[in-house]
Design a protein around this ligand. Structure first.
Ligand code: ADP
Ligand code: MG
Length: 727
């Protein structure tokens, strides 16, 4: 066996679970490393506390004097937690989080120093950070990048560093991150939803979007991980014959979690809990070594910060347990990929979940209003939602028979389908009689609070209503949730605005409020019907039916990313003041670039592995066969032909696959050279998709055949069986 593979295997066999200090009462450690409102109340003067609370609730500005007080309190608290440094923590467009640490320390004279942190340092910094992707925004004369404090997401201490959540913007005010546009989108959906809520309840003055994500991931032993250059470089396995047993027995799903994995989970969950991330759920997923973790939902911006933080934590803590976490959407072909379901809803300051059916006709009409408007928003902006989840890695997962297809549709369940059909049929044109209205209201009142048959059971839908929230299931496991949350909240804000304008116009024209709402809902239900799909989203029939319905099927990332530059996309973001045209195009460029890079890295890796690892191993084995055949000839003479039949056959078969694999690698290299010369970045991404990536599976086919032909002892990498089943 190749030495690195052998060593890795030995290492894994000798591992034992690494248990950390047990925590008996999780409630006692919850949020202990967070500078949350309760701590602020303790550390801040009354006035400063009130002002920060106001800023969190309304986004009001915090004046300099208050900022100084907050900074000083934050510093004292952080030092009490052992912190020596602070950092502005931000989310550049790489998809990862970024930090640059500075010490609290300031020399004030010979041999004298103080611990310093004031409002200036809290509120704004200039980390430079010029190497982050910016899509050309920072190429102009003023290339500076700034981070600015987001008081709505509390600061926290990790290790010995105080982390302050911030936005990241250019000198000219353009967003260079995910957080700033997310905050804008959340603000817009708040305003638009409050306006619509006013039809039903005058006490509503604030609506927040809620997000509950579910994070899937794989755990692989670090020794096996490091013995696979493809995993190290690309996050997924590029070669490898399927093991005899994969997930077909479903024996991993919800099974008992292996002890080593449990020890890891306990530790990272406790760390997460200390950071205020309310993780509650863990279980084995479908594929071997695949797991899921989910918290209780929170306000969207906070939930997203928490997801980013959790992904960091997963990786850090995994290392302590000699694991590597794979967040890639499709680490292993043939096994389920990983997603990050985004459960989303809207919730009022009065404590009402706007996507939960209510107790009476009035609250149910409010529910239906938000429900139908969501579906209409999805219908009108399906392509944009598709664009929001596009990435080179998610392309391997979407539509791969175990994940939602690339076609966007919405599942709502049979009870709500019936309710919408009723509305569609029974709202009468013209003036409605009191009887008409009573009848309709009766029907609306009949929508039960708990939707029985519903929900969640159709796991093949990319966007499913699950009783009191929508679940966007097509989001990739590696993604920053913001990308889909920016789009979802923006299109919802836009739709609610349009709805409000139409209902107001109807009222102006003489309809009663209820009548106007019902008539407008009827229109929306009709117009958005084709996006609703209750059937099996994994089937080929759906692809054909969707096409007939006129739904788009943007199969790959380059096609999906093209949606960003459509005039209607730019107009939407400009109208709602989320992005300028320049920002939209910059983001698109970054995504194209990232797509090209990822495919390019994989292509290089494939050539490297084939050339430097597989071919030498194959030739080595072929030489053994040839030697054996020669030996048989020496010994058996004329009888050798019969005796060496198998060996001869194998020599030929190996040569055939070897030749084909090498020829395809060479062709792919040529295709890359051609693609590299394309100037337009969108065209280049398309070329990488259509002319380079297409070789991946073909090359792999031959490499995997060779894996089966060559002596197991000589194969250079850990096999999938070893990676997935060695415990
Ligand atoms: P599953 O989809 O795995 O069957 P559940 O349906 O029980 O699991 O819940 C999934 C997620 O939905 C949880 O992370 C939960 O926090 C989230 N969730 C529940 N209610 C809401 C809501 N109103 N807004 C956003 N997320 C929610
Ligand atoms: Mg779910």
């Amino acid at each position: 066996m190749s030495s690195i593979r052998k060593q890795a295997y030995q290492d894994v066999l000798h591992r034992t679970p690494k248990h950390s200090e047990p925590v008996t009462r999780i409630s006692e450690i919850f949020g202990e490393n967070v500078f949350h409102l309760e701590v602020m109340r303790e550390y801040l003067p009354e006035e400063a506390y009130k002002s920060i609370k106001e800023a969190i609730n309304t986004g009001a500005r915090i004046d300099r004097r208050i900022a100084d007080q907050v900074a000083s309190a934050m510093k004292d608290w952080a030092i009490s937690k052992g912190a020596t440094h602070y950092t502005h923590w931000f989310q550049p467009l790489t998809g990862a989080t970024a930090e640059k640490h500075d010490a609290f320390f300031k020399p004030v004279g010979p041999g004298r120093a103080i611990e310093r942190f004031d409002g200036d340092l809290l509120v704004q910094q200039e980390p430079d950070a010029s190497s982050f992707p910016n899509g050309g925004i920072r190429n102009t004369f003023e290339a500076r990048g700034y981070t600015a404090w987001d008081p709505s997401s509390p600061a926290f201490v990790i290790g010995r560093t105080l982390c302050i959540p911030t936005i990241f913007i250019s000198y000219t005010g353009e967003a260079l991150d995910f957080k700033m546009p997310l905050l804008k989108a959340l603000h817009e959906v708040d305003k638009a939803a409050v306006d619509v809520c006013q039809y039903f309840d005058k006490n509503v003055n604030k609506v927040i979007a809620t997000l509950g994500w579910e994070q899937e991931y794989f755990l692989i032993d670090k020794a096996l991980y490091n013995a696979r250059p493809d995993l190290q470089m690309t996050g997924r396995v590029l070669f490898g014959h399927s093991p005899a047993k994969g997930q077909q027995l479903d024996d991993h799903y919800f099974g008992s979690i292996p002890e080593r994995a449990v020890a890891f989970m306990r530790e990272f969950e406790n760390e997460a809990i200390r950071l205020g991330i309310p993780v509650t759920t863990r279980h084995n997923e479908v594929a071997p070594n695949q797991f899921e973790c989910a918290p209780i939902f929170e306000e969207c911006n906070l939930a997203n910060d928490h997801n980013q933080l959790l992904m960091d934590l997963l990786e850090k803590i995994a290392r302590k347990h000699d694991f590597r976490v794979l967040l890639h959407e499709k680490p292993f072909a043939g096994l389920n990929g990983s997603g990050k379901h985004n459960n989303w809803s809207l919730s009022t300051n009065t404590g009402v979940n706007l996507l939960a059916p209510g107790k009476n006709p009035k609250s149910n009409l409010q529910f239906l209003t938000f429900f139908v408007n969501t579906i209409k928003a999805i219908h009108d902006n399906a392509d944009l939602l598709r664009a929001a989840i596009a990435s080179a890695s998610n392309d391997h997962r979407l539509g791969a028979n175990e994940a939602p297809p690339a076609i966007i549709s919405a599942f709502i369940g049979s009870q709500l389908t019936k309710a919408l059909d009723d509305l569609e049929e029974n709202v009468k044109a013209g003036k409605m009689t009191p009887e008409d209205k009573t009848e309709l209201k009766l029907n609306i009142g009949k929508i039960p609070q708990i939707l029985l048959d519903n929900t969640d059971r159709n796991r093949t839908s990319p966007f499913a209503f699950t009783g009191n929230k929508f679940e966007f299931r097509a989001v990739g496991s590696m993604a920053n949730c913001s990308q889909s949350m920016i789009v979802l909240n923006t299109i919802m804000a836009n739709q609610l605005r349009l709805f409000k304008a139409s209902v107001d116009a109807r009222i102006e024209a003489g309809d009663s409020k209820d009548e106007a709402i019902l008539k407008e809902l009827q229109v929306l239900i009709k117009e958005s019907k084709k996006i609703r799909f209750e059937g099996n989203g994994y089937g080929d029939e759906w692809v054909a039916e969707a096409e007939q319905r006129g739904l788009s099927n943007l199969k790959d990332t380059p096609r999906a990313l093209a949606v960003w530059e459509r005039p209607e996309t730019i107009k939407l973001f400009e109208d709602l003041n989320i992005f300028s045209e320049r920002e939209v195009l910059a983001r698109q460029e970054i995504e194209f670039e990232s797509y090209i890079m990822r495919v390019q890295i994989e292509a290089r890796m494939i050539n490297d592995l084939a050339q430097n690892h597989i071919i030498p191993a194959v030739i080595n084995y072929q030489n053994k066969l040839i030697k054996n055949i020669q030996g048989l000839n020496d010994v058996l003479g004329a009888d050798a032909a019969e005796a060496s039949k198998v060996q001869l056959g194998m020599v030929k078969e190996i040569s055939m696959h070897l030749n084909k694999m090498k020829a395809l690698c060479d062709e792919m290299l040529e295709a890359r050279k051609v693609a590299n010369n394309i100037a337009n970045i969108g065209d280049k991404a398309t070329a990488y998709c259509d002319t380079v990536k297409v070789f991946f599976d073909q090359i792999r086919y031959h490499a995997d055949k060779l894996e089966m032909l060559v002596d197991d002892e000589l194969w250079p990498f850990p096999k999938l069986r070893e990676m997935l089943f060695t415990k």
